[in-house]
Design a protein around this ligand. Structure first.
Ligand code: ZN
Ligand code: ZN
Length: 204
């Protein structure tokens, strides 16, 4: 059994960046830990991360691996899966890390009802306490879990996406704003940005 080897200082950095601590953040911390173990600590330009979720854990991955949206070495694929891929850009080898379903404790029905009431805005103090207590214990459990019990790891030999090319900007003929060519739409012979395209299309 090997509990989380990420330093307390790095965990605190991830919590500060994310704004709170939660089980989802811990999943991201552990996924980053696994990636750094397998690929080594790469200089940020040499690492590429692809995340299949936009949940809390992505913040931990940004802090711990240095892969960020702004640097272009973090790609979000909106697939709704707790899965993250990491690549060494120098040779393209990498791994896909998928959270095992068995890594999560099935939530107690009292907890599920309490989170429903939290979402509806009708939660009681007891509901809040229950949710906080469950999340805290789930975080501790996930931090103590062996990485082998937490994730399936699939080596990826030839799957690294090509770097994003800098594409030409066009001018939307409706709003006049510049827009990357790959994000334009054509409508009745005019070049439009996506919001303008959606607006004219709805009128038809
Ligand atoms: Zn969170
Ligand atoms: Zn427009």
């Amino acid at each position: 059994m090997t509990a989380c080897t990420v330093s307390r200082a790095d965990i605190d950095k991830a919590i500060a960046f994310h704004g709170h601590t939660c089980p989802g953040l811990v999943i991201g911390i552990r996924a980053a830990e696994l990636a750094l173990q397998r690929l080594g600590r790469l200089a940020p330009p040499d690492m590429l991360a692809i995340t299949e979720t936009d949940m809390c854990g992505v913040d931990a991955i940004q802090v711990l691996t240095g892969c960020t949206y702004g640097k272009g070495n973090l790609i979000h694929r909106d697939l709704g899966k707790m899965a993250f891929s990491f690549f060494d850009r120098r040779d393209g080898h990498g791994l896909r890390v998928v959270l095992k379903r068995t890594s999560r404790e099935p939530a107690h029905e009292d907890y599920v009802r309490a989170t429903d009431r939290l979402a509806e805005g009708t939660a009681t103090a007891a509901d809040r306490a229950l949710v906080a207590e469950y999340r805290a214990s789930e975080q501790e459990r996930l931090l103590a879990l062996d990485l082998d019990d937490m994730f399936d790891v699939i080596p990826v030999v030839d799957g690294m996406p090509r770097p994003a090319r800098i594409l030409k900007s066009l001018v939307c003929e409706q709003c006049g704003e510049s827009v990357m060519e790959s994000r334009t739409r054509r409508f009745s012979g005019r070049t439009l940005c996506i919001p303008c395209f959606d607006a004219v299309e709805q009128k038809v």
